[in-house]
Design a protein around this ligand. Structure first.
Ligand SMILES: [Zn+2]
Ligand SMILES: [Zn+2]
Length: 267
């Protein structure tokens, strides 16, 4: 696919949400004083060295048609069989391992908000292919991006919401409108050590629609952006709130996706 070609119909009136933070001048100065290293191996290169860049492969083309889990059989997926997931489909650009995991961790824990634009540049072809695959380019209906919210206490500590940064970078790269629609009402335990049921209980009632949220223009389809899809519990809860509050169809796109080898394994 032509890297520079825009494939989405975007109404003129819809512009990206201006509330997301811009990369700071301090970030730019720091990169001059401390040149960027490869986030995975520490080699001298901007964000990723040639070898680590080459090691990143798109997620397998054979996957579950619903949750996007790599699978030889698209109709039989151990992760979503028997589960109630509120999004229509989920897709990710890369598996959550190796340099991809390092990129996500660096974005989340090192204050390097500029990394979001680099990650989106790395993943935008995959994002376009995924959105075309799930039918988001089939009609004239507009697509609007939104993102998984973060509680204000966490945002105060981290300084930003990495899902919001990725959504904003993707919005700019694909010329798609972005809206902030969700709010995290109260902090929850870290999801990464919980199983499916525990995650669902942990999230219950924590995500709400912003009071000012309005159905996004002529669009009736939203793409919820996040950094990593793990069990789908967070994405599903966000999709439920968006569907019930705005009456929209919700699809999910993440930069990376964790894949369990066995259904009993925790992440
Ligand atoms: Zn490297
Ligand atoms: Zn599945």
């Amino acid at each position: 696919m032509d890297d520079g070609k825009l494939i989405f119909p975007v109404p003129e009136a819809q512009k990206p949400d201006a509330r997301m933070p811009e990369p700071g001048i301090l970030d730019n100065l720091l990169s001059v004083v401390f040149p960027l290293r490869c986030v995975h191996c520490g080699g001298g290169c901007n964000w990723l060295c040639v070898d680590c860049h080459a090691a990143i492969k798109p997620i397998a083309p054979e996957h579950c048609h619903w949750c996007g889990r790599p699978s030889a059989n698209a109709d039989s997926c151990p992760e979503c069989r028997g589960r109630e997931l509120h999004f229509s489909k989920a897709r990710a650009a890369f598996g959550f391992n190796g340099p991809v995991r390092s990129l996500v961790h660096r974005l989340k824990y090192s204050g390097q908000r500029r990394l979001a634009a680099f990650m989106v540049e790395l993943a935008c072809n995959q994002a376009q292919l995924s959105m075309a695959e799930v039918g988001l380019t089939d009609s004239n209906k507009a697509v609007t991006l939104t993102y998984v919210p973060m509680h204000r206490s966490k945002r105060l500590v981290r300084g930003y919401n990495q899902a919001g940064l990725l959504a904003k970078a993707l919005s700019r790269r694909l010329n798609l409108p972005l809206q902030t629609l969700l709010c995290k009402e109260h902090p929850t335990f870290a999801q990464n050590r919980l199983g499916f049921d525990e995650r669902r209980g942990n999230l219950k009632g924590s995500i709400t629609l912003l009071r000012a949220a309005r159905r996004p223009g002529a669009a009736n389809r939203l793409v919820l952006v996040d950094d990593v899809y793990t069990t789908g519990s967070t994405a599903s809860e966000c999709a439920r709130v968006l569907k019930e509050g705005l009456g929209v169809d919700v699809q999910v796109w993440t930069f990376a996706r964790a894949v369990r080898r066995q259904s009993w394994q925790r992440f």
